[in-house]
Design a protein around this ligand. Structure first.
Ligand SMILES: C[S@@+](CC[C@H](N)C(=O)[O-])C[C@H]1O[C@@H](n2cnc3c(N)ncnc32)[C@H](O)[C@@H]1O
Ligand SMILES: [Zn+2]
Length: 290
């Protein structure tokens, strides 16, 4: 039997997930550790791989919400090949600097297949790591990494965590709610947002669009959010060479895939190498609400 069922005991039930039906704490049962139950008897079974699905059917907008399975698998292969290493190193430094201590609770909101959570775990065995994504496949793949993280399927617009329970939240190219994120962060807690810089993937978009309009991603979502005070912005820019089949994975993990014509996809599939700039902004905020 897999040992992914048994998570380290969390200090109080308020540090666990919230029941999506009644908002009481979900507690892992000692006698049946694959089951999490609230004191109103709503129970959730942990999937074999070791995650909880807390997305209630009535909150699903589609049968398979979030990124498509093909996007997620392409992203897992591409990120696993190390092309975004400068970004993951910078995220790890930003989190470790923000956390600066033992038993810090870090959540990756829209964690996808868990690439950045894994980098964080490799950098520190002391952080309590949590992750959530609305895509079941993404969370399943993250759980398969066996990285001692508490993982759930749910929406970042309805986060199954208690108020003031998180030290650091990370959001990498994912949707975000200022209100929900401020709610779960402790006062003074840190939010680390990652979005695309103006030149991100310019070598790829030049082959798809006649004229490119920089994609702003979620960079602007928090610009005027009163809950968050800007602390720091890091600009990461580098030229990379993408090889062989990784080029099509790169295309498929981005929204550019939907904008490309079949003959452009074919041309990219036949390329041996693609040189492109990768460009990211890492924006660090402090939660000034609460
Ligand atoms: C561009 S991907 C980024 C994934 C991961 N952060 C990374 O950088 O590898 C965006 C992710 O947001 C997830 N997502 C979309 N809407 C969501 C929502 N409402 N709540 C949680 N996750 C969501 C998608 O399933 C997808 O995994
Ligand atoms: Zn309940």
């Amino acid at each position: 039997m897999s040992n992914t069922f048994v998570y380290p005991p969390l200090r109080s039930t308020r540090n666990n997930f919230k029941c999506p039906n009644c908002a009481r704490p979900l507690v892992q049962l000692d006698e049946q550790p694959q089951t999490w139950r609230c004191d109103n008897n709503h129970s959730f079974d942990m999937a074999r791989e070791g995650y909880l699905n807390l997305l209630l059917a009535q909150h699903k907008r589609s049968r398979n919400p979030g990124d498509s399975d093909e996007m997620i698998r392409s992203r897992q292969r591409f990120l696993g090949a190390g092309y975004y290493r400068p970004l993951s190193d910078a995220i790890v430094s930003a989190v470790v600097n923000a956390a600066g201590g033992f038993e810090q609770r870090v959540v990756d909101l829209g964690c996808g297949e868990g690439h950045y959570l894994q980098q964080l775990r490799e950098a520190s065995s002391e952080l309590t790591l949590l992750g959530m994504d609305i895509s079941k496949l993404a969370v399943r793949l993250a759980a398969k990494r066996n990285m001692n993280a508490l993982l759930a399927v749910d929406s970042v617009f309805n986060i199954p965590l208690f108020d003031n329970s998180i030290d650091t939240a990370v959001s990498v190219f994912s949707p975000i709610s200022a209100d929900e994120t401020a709610r779960i962060l402790k006062p003074g807690g840190t939010l680390i947002m990652v979005g695309p810089g103006e030149e991100h993937l310019s070598g790829l978009t030049a082959l798809i669009y006649q004229q490119t309009v920089p994609h702003r991603g979620n960079n602007q979502v928090l610009e005027n959010a009163p809950q968050f005070a800007l602390q720091q912005q890091l600009d990461i820019k580098q030229s990379i060479v993408v090889n062989g089949t990784d080029i099509l994975d790169l295309l498929k993990m981005t929204p550019y895939y939907w904008h490309s014509r079949p003959e452009q996809q074919q041309m990219l599939a036949e390329l041996d190498k693609l040189e492109t700039i990768i460009h990211f902004y890492i924006t660090v905020y402090h939660n000034q609400s609460g």
